[in-house]
Design a protein around this ligand. Sequence first.
Ligand code: ATP
Length: 237
Amino acid sequence: MTTALLNVRDIHAFYGPSQALFGMNFTVQAGQFVTLLGRNGMGKSTTVKALMGLIQPSRGSIHFDGNEIVGQPSYKVARSGLGLVPEGRQIFPNLSVRENLVATAHNRQSAASPWTLERIYELFPRLSERAGNLGSNLSGGEQQMLAIGRALMTNPRLLILDEATEGLAPLIRTEIWQCLAGLKALGLTIICIDKNLSSLLPLADQHYIVEKGQVVWSGNSTELDAQRTQLQTYLGV
Ligand SMILES: Nc1ncnc2c1ncn2[C@@H]1O[C@H](COP(=O)(O)OP(=O)(O)OP(=O)(O)O)[C@@H](O)[C@H]1O
């Protein structure tokens, strides 16, 4: 049996006295497109923060490529190959598009075909047109393209998107989904959080539904589609 690229086991996490995760368990195989689904406030973003070392779980383990990453600072987690497109994008407002892309770029895993500015501009020609513009002058859609480009420039082996298309105009959403389909086709492993099931179903290999800080259902897209009505309460969409 092959080892999963990511193995999350029994993660518990708190914000002060308030518990947000109650034993999160899921795995991601290399090359898979995996979703975390569920209503607002159920623990998806907290799971992402735990993966990235932005909060420290009180219990449990997270193995990435066989190595324990719980307890590691977030910069080390990022260097080990996890790339985040955070909720709210969090691009650097006072840096230009180009500066945003190169600010955190690295290839510590020595990827054979590393991402370059040119490749990012090919993926999102709009970023090329805006290369000299400040982050703060971009539309929401352009900011999301930039956040994806910035994460790719760290040459991640696992790309995590928290709210991939939230609040974006329909045309831009389509562009983001096309981009993610292209990244999947390149073999990139992806965890995607989004509410747009109809866009996720054709892309995803595996879904995990999160309810009150734990996974309550998992399955592939055919299974999710077949049980959509029964799962409605959990999905909240
Ligand atoms: N910084 C924080 N301080 C205290 N509680 C928090 C904090 N962030 C999240 N929580 C709480 O932790 C729980 C899980 O929230 P989380 O943001 O992980 O959910 P989510 O599934 O990602 O939802 P959303 O789609 O709204 O981001 C919620 O009860 C939330 O109120």
